[in-house]
Design a protein around this ligand. Structure first.
Ligand code: GCV
Length: 830
């Protein structure tokens, strides 16, 4: 026989069924824990046909998943005469199975899962259009088994929706990660590639399992050193651990590299020496890394160098690099995130949202055919709600890809649960109406305008934390991203269900509870952070985490919402505003331009309206702002209850890890709620129809308590502390006390304090001088000040009687002064 056929005998799998191990989250959705007794009806033989590295990887993965050790490994002459998995490329498999002769080959990186019978033997065929297809088919079959779906009879063909399915990591060479929330880089440390790349290999496996085929490993704010000659062998080591999993290595490059590492005097893209430098540099890369994927470029953006320095444009810049890559089949992903961050706030026509279209649309048709314009899903910057970028509909002669963000920069930084798949789907399904029915997913796949390339790139920013992204449930976003890039027609419900089964098992209560939590979480987060398309009302000038309502205003960054005493929202209309809406096709203009048509959820993105403006929902804008924040915070609290209902049904490790984060989120949602509603109340002067804003009958301000050592201080911005004030303990140990004067009963006593990252504080709660609870504020929240990033909540439960003295004692270490904001008493069960 012509083809190499390696046979693996899976031994010992049944004995693995009940093995209990600590769940760290490191295995993500590849736990294979439910690949068990249906196993008995599945074969114990794996036959890999062909010589490809990825086919061998796939064979090993099957054996690993089935919890067996490979035995009798090695070349054999013929198919086993017993039930077996048989995997390989179409060209290698179909000669072995004459009955397939009249069938179509799977396309490209697609696969075909098919069961066939030969005499007494039954074969589970995993047929790839390519080596990668075999790998993807194998993971798909394993997922089916793990989700306890029918696998006895298979006939499933799948083809990826788009050729580019990449991830990007914003890792710096020193090992830090821009907008990373799960530890340090798995690739770099101390200016070099890590010596131990085990995690990088594991990451590639995880990416392959969801069909990802490229990974740009370094920050788009790129260090030119990445292209230095001494770095190349190090990059090659990463490519080596990616290769078995079909993940191509890519890097982000800085436009000034010809000067910074090439020693040239210019990086003018039209200079012949510069072109030559890119050609030589790229040739050297391909010599060491023949399957190199290409470059990602951020230029003329947020202070990065770029072609504008020489009066050139993005096409000039992209093309010179693209030509160097083209000879080797490499791609140039040029980011459309180009805007002026010194915009004039006083100019009512200035609008950052217009920037990508204004800059790139005139370049349509001027880019080499291996250039891909990489467009963030919305025209601003990964906000909790944005419309689809108008640029998707505006470059028919250009390859495009959509940029999504798995790392939750503006959506809770993996301390808040925010499953982004429903949001991404709204964008991908949005019809740009540019050429018949043209949803974004069809445009970026290349199908609308018949481009050979196009697709997806998402910023992920996994780190060295064992569970990859910090919050165990945040991994649903990475999984969901890969699944959507593979097939954007999958529903959010299907993706949530799949991920939960693979990650937590098939217990129906677990599956339905976690799916429900995931599916509701984006709207919950949107509700208490930035409703009606106003943008995430976070601290734009800081870490983009907690509330900072006014931080976006009166500066050049252009993330404005222009709220004042009269009204709120950006006027982006053609008639009276910035004209942004005019960048869409006429059909989409009709949706957004007339106030009466504009959907509520994007109203404040498109229009400036007075607070009493009535929404389609029948509520006024201001009442919606109040209600959505109270509802959102209440729902965040309810996520805790939902999670608690799973106690005992999943492993204790991940249960406690998630519980801790959900409790934190519930507390921080209150911080968000109060900051936003109080800010709008003060600004608009309109009362909450339900009387909640400004009335907190259960709350006692720290500055109103009896203080010993503690002194009151103002907090900035004022809306991030109750009453704008807190108390701090400048030296030693201080206390704040209050006499309890409410109905006796069991109370939840919530202490609101600030947990800065420049010190540690210790708190003790006493009732009548008996120590009731104590805790330490030592989290690494992203600020060294008292503000919306650091405001935190600790809840204790206690039976209280009238006249009891409740006292909090704070003691500080370092720069954090055991700050207190308020305490709140809630009768338990209410
Ligand atoms: C890597 C936002 C982020 C930056 C990021 C930039 C980008 O502005 O806050 O950290 O830079 O987007 O996407 O280039």
């Amino acid at each position: 026989m012509n083809h190499r056929l390696a046979l693996f005998l899976v031994v010992g799998w049944l004995s693995f069924c009940c093995h209990v191990r600590a769940e760290t989250g490191a295995e993500a959705w590849l736990r294979y824990s439910s690949v068990k007794p249906p196993a008995s009806s599945l074969p114990g033989l794996v036959a890999a046909v062909g010589n490809g590295e990825m086919v061998r990887t796939a064979g090993r993965e099957l054996v690993r998943a089935l919890a067996g050790k490979p035995a009798n490994q090695g070349p054999v002459g013929a198919l086993p005469n017993a039930n077996a998995f048989v995997l390989g490329q179409w060209k290698d498999i179909h000669p072995l199975f004459p009955e397939l002769n009249r069938s179509r080959a799977p396309a490209g990186n697609g696969f075909w899962l098919k069961t066939v019978r030969h005499g007494r033997a039954k074969y589970w065929l995993i047929i790839g259009g390519s080596d990668r297809g075999v790998l993807y088919g194998t993971f798909s079959l394993l997922a089916r088994i793990a989700e306890q779906k029918e696998v006895a009879t298979l006939n499933d063909r799948q083809t990826p929706s788009a050729p580019i399915r990449w991830v990007s990591e914003w890792d710096n060479l020193d090992g830090s990660i821009e907008r990373g929330y799960a530890g340090r880089s798995i690739f770099f440390d101390n200016g070099a590639v890590r010596s131990d790349l085990t995690r990088a290999g594991e990451y590639a496996r995880m990416l392959a399992s969801i069909g990802i085929n490229g990974c740009a490993i370094n920050n788009v704010n790129a260090s030119p050193r990445i292209l230095g000659a001494e770095f190349l062998p190090q990059l090659a080591r990463i490519a080596d651990v990616f290769r078995p999993w079909g993940v191509k290595l890519a890097v982000s490059v800085d436009m000034s590299s010809p000067v910074a590492v090439g020693g040239l005097k210019t990086f003018d893209p039209l200079d012949a020496q510069v072109a030559e430098w890119w050609r030589k540099t790229v040739d050297a890369i391909y010599q060491k890394i023949p399957d190199f994927g290409g470059f990602v470029v951020k230029a003329d953006s947020e202070g990065r160098s770029g072609p504008s320095q020489y009066g050139r444009n993005a096409a000039d810049a992209a093309n010179v690099i693209a030509l160097a890559l083209h000879r080797h089949g490499g791609l140039l992903m040029y980011r459309a995130f180009v805007y002026n961050h010194h915009l004039d706030w006083t100019d009512p026509k200035a609008d950052r949202a217009r920037a990508a279209y204004d800059y790139f649309q005139p370049l349509d048709g001027k880019l080499e055919n291996n250039v891909v314009i990489q467009i963030k899903y919305g025209p601003i910057d990964f906000q909790v709600r944005e419309p689809a970028s108008p640029l998707f509909g505006a470059m028919p002669n250009t390859n495009q890809s959509i940029e999504l963000q798995v790392t939750q920069e503006y959506t809770g930084q993996q301390r808040h649960l925010c499953f982004l798949v429903p949001m991404w789907k709204e964008i991908l399904d949005f019809d740009m109406h540019v050429n018949g029915e043209t949803p974004v997913k069809k445009i970026v796949s290349g199908k609308t305008w018949h481009h050979r390339i196009g697709g997806y790139n998402a910023v992920v920013n996994v780190g060295l934390d064992e569970n990859w992204l910090g919050h165990p449930l945040a991994m649903a976003n990475l999984y969901g991203y890969g699944r959507l890039a593979w097939n954007p027609d999958l529903s959010s419900e299907t993706i949530a269900d799949e991920w939960t089964r693979l990650t937590f098992g098939n217990n129906p209560q677990v599956v339905s509870t976690i799916s429900k939590m995931l599916l509701s979480s984006w709207h919950i987060y949107e509700g208490y952070t930035g409703p009606l398309g106003i943008g995430t009302l976070t601290d734009i000038l800081g870490p983009h985490y907690g509330p900072g309502i006014e931080s976006s205003e009166r500066n050049g960054w252009g993330q404005w919402h222009r709220s004042d005493e009269h009204g709120t929202g950006m006027d982006r209309t053609i008639a009276s505003g910035t004209g942004y809406i005019g960048q869409y096709s006429p059909a989409v203009q009709k949706l957004y331009e007339p106030l009466a048509n504009c959907p509520d959820e994007l109203l404040l993105f498109m229009h400036h309206v007075p607070y009493p403006h009535i929404l389609h929902s029948g509520k006024t804008v201001i009442q919606h702002i109040y209600d959505s924040h109270y509802d959102g915070a209440a729902q965040a609290e309810n996520l805790v209850t939902q999670w608690e209902s799973l106690h005992g049904q999943i492993d204790e490790e991940r249960y406690s890890e998630v519980l801790k984060r959900q409790e934190y989120q519930a507390g921080h949602a209150i911080v968000w709620r109060d900051a936003v509603v109080n800010w709008f109340h003060r600004t608009s002067g309109v009362d909450d129809a339900q009387g909640r804003v400004g009335h907190n009958p259960d709350r006692v301000e720290a500055e109103d308590m009896q203080l010993s050592g503690y002194v009151p201080v103002d907090v900035t911005p004022w809306e991030t502390a109750s009453g704008g004030k807190a108390v701090v303990c400048k030296e030693g140990s201080c206390s704040a006390s209050v006499r309890f004067d409410r109905k006796p009963g069991i109370y939840d006593l919530a202490t609101q304090y600030f947990d800065q990252n420049n010190g540690i504080s210790h708190y003790e709660l006493f009732v009548n001088d008996h120590l009731v609870d104590s805790w330490t504020a030592d989290d690494r929240l992203p600020s060294d000040k008292m503000n919306g990033h650091t405001s935190s909540r600790h809840t204790s439960s206690k039976n209280l009687r009238r006249e009891d003295v409740v006292k909090i004692v704070g003691r500080s270490e370092g720069g954090e002064q055991a700050p207190l904001d308020y305490i709140e008493f809630y009768l338990s069960g209410y």
